[in-house]
Design a protein around this ligand. Structure first.
Ligand SMILES: *[C@@H]1O[C@H](CO)[C@@H](O)[C@H](O)[C@H]1NC(C)=O
Ligand SMILES: *[C@@H]1O[C@H](CO)[C@@H](O)[C@H](O)[C@H]1NC(C)=O
Length: 432
């Protein structure tokens, strides 16, 4: 069994950017969605993009169990730079907010067992107007290597999207030539989609470990559903390009911030896991409420996201009512052990839990008998035979997220709880 699985992982990764990274969707924390470009540390000492914020977050990631759960990258997004390069042409971190320079930040992060993510932009300027890499690519890559970064998000402001098909691969080649393993996150298709070009996803998957496909996520249910709808509507041209080493990125997790209820936060965690999306938190880990922390740390859902087969799931069914699109929808992801993760998402917001029942065909499950486990553990384990309808009751703007374990497969692999044992997954990760 293990041998076969490792073989599968090996085969898929040969189609990817071959830097040995991101064999499962990257997990970590990134400044942007929650902390944006807050640079006034006098007014907002706990929120400004600074060494303090990064060190505090590093401590919390380790002490509060996020690193153990798999969140290993700690990334700074835009607004870390001085507006001018140094006399030697090098990028200079903001002198007040990063008084000890970036290598010191990297050392701190590494001392905690975390990995260090940085941000730059392929154009003349970053999106927030700081110096971009254009014209200084080699020097900037050398600077990043000197700082020992492990992850680079390369944004695409202030550059023509038509230049990206050649530019992003060329930059990736220079990264590779340094010999340092740096996860390469590209914003290449997001700008091309925005310009109504058709991105060459086959090429993108060959040159990037992950890529932002579309709009920035904002802290609201409206933004979350807009992004979910876009990924569902475009899945036929996106999903095939995801796999070990190369992932579509619907953007950061909003979970724990201002805009989502607990039910809505559960929706994002479920759908991002079905989509095999990078799980990048962007939240103040010092003040996050326990119910949101529990969602981020749900290990059975993280296991779905990190499934070693790396096959992106699909929106397999949706219902339109009175001309309103997609009020209830089913998302299904096939996992390496022959089980299925199935999310029933309600975009209704009209007051009461919505009861519905579905056939195996509607859920796109093979006929047979299943043991069904609620991944949020509100319900006990059910037995279900595909001759019957499967009944669900979903909260408004909420989700029910189940694992369907075929009888034969559950007899063969189940641990005591019936959940895939962490040990098997860990062995796979370490060997692939
Ligand atoms: C560079 O690319 C080669 C060929 O794809 C690969 O084998 C190697 O691991 C890469 N090195 C790094 C540091 O990414
Ligand atoms: C970048 O800046 C240079 C120098 O000001 C300018 O010549 C060039 O057109 C700019 N490129 C883009 C893509 O804006």
């Amino acid at each position: 069994m293990l041998v076969t699985l490792i073989f599968l992982v090996g085969v898929s990764s040969s189609l990817a950017l071959d830097n040995g990274l991101a064999l499962t969707p990257p997990m970590g924390w990134l400044t942007w969605e929650r902390f944006r470009c807050i640079t006034d540390c006098k007014k907002y000492p706990n929120e400004c993009i600074s060494e303090n914020l990064i060190k505090r977050t590093a401590d919390l990631m380790v002490n509060e169990g996020y690193l153990d759960a798999g969140y290993e990258y700690l990334g700074i997004d835009d607004c870390w730079l001085e507006k001018e390069r140094g006399p030697d042409g090098r990028m200079v971190p903001d002198k007040e907010r990063f008084p000890n320079g970036m290598k010191a930040v990297a050392d701190y992060i590494h001392s905690k067992g975390l990995k260090f993510g940085m941000y730059e932009d392929y154009g003349n300027l970053t999106c927030a107007g700081y110096p971009g890499v254009l014209g200084n690519e080699r020097l900037d890559i050398q600077t990043f290597v000197d700082w020992e970064i492990d992850y680079l998000k390369l944004d695409g402001c202030y550059i023509n999207p038509t230049a990206m098909d050649a530019g992003y691969p060329a930059f990736g080649k220079m990264l590779n030539e340094t010999g340092r393993q740096i996860l390469y996150s590209c914003s290449w298709p997001a700008y091309q989609e925005d310009a109504k070009m058709l991105p060459d996803y086959a090429s993108i998957a060959e040159h990037c470990n992950m890529w932002r496909n579309w709009d920035d996520i904002e802290d609201s249910w409206a933004s979350l559903t807009k992004i979910m709808n876009w990924f569902g509507d475009n899945q036929d041209r996106l999903a095939q390009h995801a796999g070990p080493g190369h992932w579509n990125d619907p953007d950061m997790l909003l979970i724990g911030n201002f805009g989502l209820t607990e039910d809505q936060a559960r929706v994002q965690m479920a759908v991002w896991s079905i989509l095999a999306a990078p799980l990048l938190m962007s939240v103040d880990l010092a003040t996050i409420k326990p119910e949101f922390k529990a969602i981020l740390l749900n290990k059975d859902i993280i296991a779905v996201n990190q499934d070693p087969l790396g096959k992106q799931g699909l929106r397999v069914w949706k219902k339109t009512e009175r001309g309103v699109r997609s009020r209830l929808e089913i998302w299904n992801r096939k996992l390496y052990d022959g089980t299925y993760a199935v999310a029933f998402v309600s975009q209704r917001d009209d007051g009461i839990p919505y009861a519905a029942s579905f056939t195996a065909d509607e859920m796109q499950l093979p006929k047979g008998e299943y043991q069904v486990q609620d991944l949020y553990k509100d319900e006990g384990v059910r037995q279900w035979n595909s001759e019957d309808h499967f009944e669900v009751r979903v909260n408004p703007s909420g989700v029910k997220f189940y694992k369907f374990i075929p009888r034969a497969s559950s007899d063969a692999i189940k641990s005591d709880s019936g959940f895939v044992s962490d040990a098997i997954v860990n062995v796979l990760m370490n060997n692939s």
